[in-house]
Design a protein around this ligand. Structure first.
Ligand code: ATP
Ligand code: MG
Length: 381
């Protein structure tokens, strides 16, 4: 089998394969269905959120040869909703099938060391860092003098796989605690705020991006995203330019999120890349002409990209973590009663602390008012 023209527009009812069946996949599958595409989700979890809405669910490992064969035969394009599908599985699929984003782009974004090397090689700003691939890696003391974070190179998310350290001795201890796996250690920066820019790009190089989001994290987990970001216009322009340049440098196809730190004097530092729709773009479901999920489907299929214009003056999205669940399921009466709010629950059965169970989006004429109301609706649960 050879790959058909990678630039060809794939129209409905083309079948789209999705590696991963979490909430991001669920929204993408819903968007695909709305437009008349068919979908096949691969996820080993029988209760994967996306499985409930896909045409078919292959409930098996991401690298199961039989599942990959099925995708090859039945799908015109395969995409992913998380960064950790086995690189070998993606590469194998890409021999015969359109895969977007490319295995090369995903393998960069799934490994912090590779990601930092890519960013540095292409002249993008990153925090001072060192790679720890062996115990005893020599780290310049100046890197940790003001505090640092040791992060596993692979499989970290929501602040998992990270340890804060204050001196060189602690770096070794943190590395050992993290299992002695490859890590990066990066200087703790003094953050003015955090931004993310979500970009969609087609194989033939058409791009769109949404207005920049400003993000607040609690314990390494995204808590609140607001749009428009409360930063000067020139910071917004530079953030958007940076994200577009990263997408071009990766020859990226699909939706890419670029997480950034704003440090002293409005300088921007790229934190990390997510090769998929992003939690900080969930507001686009309710306050943008085109959601990030619809755009993912459009971009990987190479059809027209939708408008990314906001439909309200301001918007706020607050995450609902499993910590909010007590012995009784929250009823969210206030959120459901507020005509400006949208309640999203992902259908997850097990409400563990720190697990993303859903989110609330509030639209208003301005982001500050939207944030105030969204926080109140969450607190009322
Ligand atoms: P997520 O899955 O939410 O993106 P993650 O586990 O991939 O998180 P990071 O994005 O690397 O982890 O870090 C999580 C948060 O920790 C950042 O958004 C930021 O608030 C804080 N953080 C990470 N690195 C640094 C740093 N070098 N200096 C200051 N704060 C940092
Ligand atoms: Mg992050």
């Amino acid at each position: 089998m050879t790959i058909a023209d990678p630039f060809a527009a794939l129209h409905p009812p083309t079948t789209i394969g999705m590696l991963g069946g979490g909430q991001l996949g669920r929204y993408a599958v819903m968007a695909a269905r709305t437009m008349g595409y068919r979908t096949i989700v691969v996820d080993p979890d029988p209760s994967a959120p996306a499985a409930a809405v896909a045409d078919d669910h292959l409930c098996t490992a991401y690298d199961d040869p039989a599942a990959l064969r099925r995708l090859e035969l039945d799908c015109d394009v395969v995409t992913t909703e998380f960064e950790n599908p086995p690189a070998a599985a993606l590469a194998r699929l890409a021999e015969t099938t359109r895969v977007a984003p490319s295995p090369a782009a995903v393998s960069i974004a799934q490994d912090r060391a590779a990601e930092k090397a890519f960013l540095v090689d292409n002249g993008f700003p990153v925090a001072p860092f060192a790679v720890l691939d062996d115990h005893g890696a020599v780290v310049d003391p100046s890197l940790v003098a003001g505090g640092a974070i040791v992060k596993t190179a692979r499989l970290g998310y929501d602040g998992k796989g990270q340890r804060r350290v204050d001196d060189i001795a602690a770096v070794d201890a943190a590395w050992a605690q993290l299992g002695g796996v490859p890590c990066v250690v990066e200087s703790l920066l003094d953050l003015e705020t955090e931004l993310s820019v979500i970009v969609a790009r087609t194989a033939d190089g058409r791009t769109t991006n949404w207005p920049v989001a400003e993000n607040t994290h609690v314990d390494g987990i995204l808590d609140v995203s607001i749009v428009p970001a409360n930063v000067p216009a020139d910071v917004v322009d530079r953030a958007e330019g940076l994200a577009m340049a990263v997408a071009d440098a990766l020859d990226y196809v699909g939706v890419l999120a670029v997480e950034m730190f704003v440090v002293a004097d409005g300088h921007l530092v790229v934190n990390e890349l997510a090769p998929r729709p992003h939690n900080s773009g969930h507001w686009t479901l309710d306050a943008s002409v085109t959601s990030q999920f619809e755009q993912q489907i459009r971009a990987v299929c190479g059809v027209g990209l939708g408008a990314t214009t906001m439909t309200s003056g301001g918007v706020a999205m607050v995450n609902l973590l499993g910590d909010l669940w007590g012995p009784d399921e929250p009823t969210w009466v206030d959120a459901l009663d507020d005509p400006t709010a949208k309640l999203h629950l992902y259908g997850k059965v097990d409400a563990r602390p720190g697990r993303k169970m859903g989110h609330i989006t509030v639209r208003s004429s301005n982001a500050a008012e939207a944030t105030r109301r969204a926080l109140a609706l969450r607190a009322a649960r």
